[in-house]
Design a protein around this ligand. Structure first.
Ligand code: NAI
Ligand SMILES: N[C@@H](CC=O)C(=O)O
Length: 353
């Protein structure tokens, strides 16, 4: 049986949910997936950092109500978040990056991923910044160091859109996509349709763990813009940068816009899309659109996301599922670790043959 030692960078909603899963699901994973996870280090801006080569008890981590700098009270702990030391020196096989998404330059998460890959450690991340802004560099670094850089949760949380499109739809020739790619804004639009004001609806999305640390990214479309860039570069072979994608959000929509749409049998949705043009270039965009009720994306509610992939051989293929949420996103991290585990097993089999 394999044990993967992991270090958690950021201990907010998502990584805490991963620790929660580890506390309860390790025996199941050991039986069904062939590995268990052992947390050997955690670093968080608010809580500090801790290294324990033999492993930290996941349940204690989740249940202890640590105050600011609280990791300083633990053996091997410090009240400061020394990410660089943790990433470079903790005896971890896998670095789990789940700090905040910085839509401008992806930092400090890009550096976290770089340090880990250079140190020969796999990286799994739900952070959209490093993937949208530095995927090419980080993938090359991973290859050069014989490790993996995996990021399924960076788009549509635990719903497997990236791996599904790349592996299961390989050869179907994706030509473009359009989708609802932000759980918070979709949730907010639904709550406004139910009569809530914008600010209250955003607060609800924050309490449910859907929103970014700064929810401006959700409601102004910046989060969707990163996801459009990730998917366009990954599935359409583009090399888009976020600033090349035109972007408007939902903050300009008033209660009367929402009401007028309902009267016209339609609903507002924040749509991210990209298309490969006839000359081979790829254009991406993010904007709120009034969709007729019969449109396949009009009935997608709450924090659920959906994407329709336009393919040459199958026509339109739509994937729907959770687009945000703590446990849902922690599942994406698990799916990345499963991918690493399976790839390592395949390599070992090939080498043995
Ligand atoms: N919550 C969700 O539904 C989803 C989140 N994501 C992404 O996953 C990441 C984590 O999300 P959440 O856990 O919900 O966010 P969160 O805001 O709950 O947690 C982030 C944690 O990172 C820590 N942090 C911030 N900067 C840091 C730094 N420089 N060094 C160490 N720690 C730092 C904060 O103290 C906080 O505890 C974000 O990048 C987010 O965009 C992706 C998909 C879905
Ligand atoms: N804040 C994001 C989280 C996932 O990326 C969202 O609401 O979709």
């Amino acid at each position: 049986m394999t044990i993967y030692n992991i270090a958690l960078i950021g201990f907010g909603g998502v990584n805490r949910a991963l620790a929660e899963l580890i506390a309860t699901k390790n025996p199941l994973w050991e039986r069904d997936l062939g590995f268990r996870l052992n947390i050997v280090a955690v670093s968080d801006l608010h809580l500090g950092s801790v290294i324990s080569p033999n492993g930290l008890d996941a349940r204690t981590l989740v249940e202890a109500n640590f105050a600011k700098g609280g990791f300083g009270q633990l053996s091997g702990g410090s009240a400061e978040a020394d990410n660089e030391t943790i990433i470079k020196t903790a005896p971890a096989d896998i670095i789990v990056e789940a700090t905040f998404t910085n839509p401008k330059d992806g930092e400090p998460a890009v550096s976290h991923c770089r340090w880990a890959l250079q140190a020969g450690k796999h990286v799994v991340t739900t952070n959209k910044g490093p993937v949208a802004i530095a995927a090419a560099e980080l993938k090359a670094l991973a290859r050069a160091n014989g490790v993996h850089f995996e990021y399924e949760g960076s788009v549509m949380s635990g719903t497997p859109v990236i791996r599904m499109a790349e592996k299961t739809l390989a050869g179907a020739e994706v030509k473009g996509f359009e989708g609802i790619l932000n759980g918070t804004s979709n949730f907010v639009l639904g709550r406004m349709e139910a009569g809530l004001d914008f600010a209250t609806a955003v607060r609800e999305a924050q309490a449910l763990g859907y929103a970014e640390a700064d929810p401006t990214a959700d409601v102004e479309g910046f989060d969707v813009r990163l996801k459009v860039v990730i998917l366009a570069n990954e599935l359409l072979g583009a090399s888009l940068r976020p600033e090349e994608v035109a972007c408007t959000g939902i903050s300009g929509l008033s209660p009367s816009d929402i009401e007028t749409a309902a009267t016209a049998n339609s609903r507002w949705k924040l749509i991210g899309s990209a298309v490969r043009n006839a000359d081979g270039t790829v254009t991406g965009s993010v904007s709120s659109k009034q969709l007729p009720l019969e449109h396949p994306l009009a009935s997608v509610n709450g924090a659920t996301n959906a994407i329709s992939l336009n393919t040459e051989l199958l026509g339109s293929v739509t994937i729907t599922g959770p687009g945000a949420g703590r446990i849902e996103t922690a599942y994406a991290l698990l799916s990345d670790i499963v991918a690493i585990h399976n790839a390592r097993a395949a390599t070992a089999t090939k080498e043995a043959a």
